[in-house]
Design a protein around this ligand. Structure first.
Ligand SMILES: C[S@@+](CC[C@H](N)C(=O)[O-])C[C@H]1O[C@@H](n2cnc3c(N)ncnc32)[C@H](O)[C@@H]1O
Length: 184
């Protein structure tokens, strides 16, 4: 699942790699929803794919169309800055993630506008984002992602990864389910 899918860069990358069983995209702006639908139609026409990609024009603060503990992975590139209050978004993310599931925020703090931005950048500090994730019970780590060998500073980004707590019994159940699904 991707939140703040924008003009579909993440979706395009996904369609060029191993595609999971279910793909959900959430984007608050109608304008970008049209872009996303265009990419999906082009992909379906080019590959004869019947893959169902769900697109929701919605604020990801509330995702009533997703059941509790139904999502393996949530990705959001350059979107965490705008999620306010962050705790409320993280609670909803935690609700829909399976135990052991992960949320990954891609961030380019260095290239954020310092003053005069037309949209409000609220979460601009990696330590505060990590602390907010920990308060919600996530296990948190960060990685620097170097794109194309790392030469292009504009492309490189920081990944903040939150893993939802998981008991051994839950982990075993999810992994058995994953093995069963992949053998069908
Ligand atoms: C800077 S753009 C990044 C787009 C894309 N992820 C990328 O990296 O190219 C941020 C995107 O998040 C969307 N967005 C912002 N707040 C959102 C929210 N609360 N729920 C869903 N989408 C949101 C915006 O409409 C915009 O498309």
């Amino acid at each position: 699942m991707e939140i703040g899918a924008g003009n579909g860069d993440g979706l395009t990358a996904l369609l060029n790699s191993v595609i999971p069983n279910r793909v959900v995209l959430i984007e608050i702006s109608e304008r970008f929803i049209n872009e996303l639908n265009k990419i999906i139609l082009q992909h379906q026409a080019a590959s004869n794919s019947t893959l169902c990609i769900e697109v929701y024009s919605q604020d990801c603060k509330s995702m009533p169309f997703l059941k509790d503990e139904s999502v393996n992975k949530i990705f959001g590139m350059n979107v965490v800055y705008f999620l306010s209050p962050l705790e409320q978004y993280l609670k909803e993310i935690k609700r829909v993630l399976k135990p052991g599931g992960r949320v990954v925020f891609g961030c380019k703090f260095g290239s954020l506008p310092k003053v005069g931005a037309t949209v409000e950048f609220v979460n601009v500090n990696r330590h505060e984002i990590c602390s907010a994730l920990r308060r919600q019970g996530f296990d948190v780590s960060t990685n620097k992602v170097l794109v194309d060998g790392g030469d292009n500073e504009m492309m490189n980004y920081l990944e903040i990864v939150g893993v939802k707590a998981c008991s051994f019994a839950e982990w075993e159940k999810n992994n058995l389910l994953a093995v069963m699904e992949s053998s069908q």
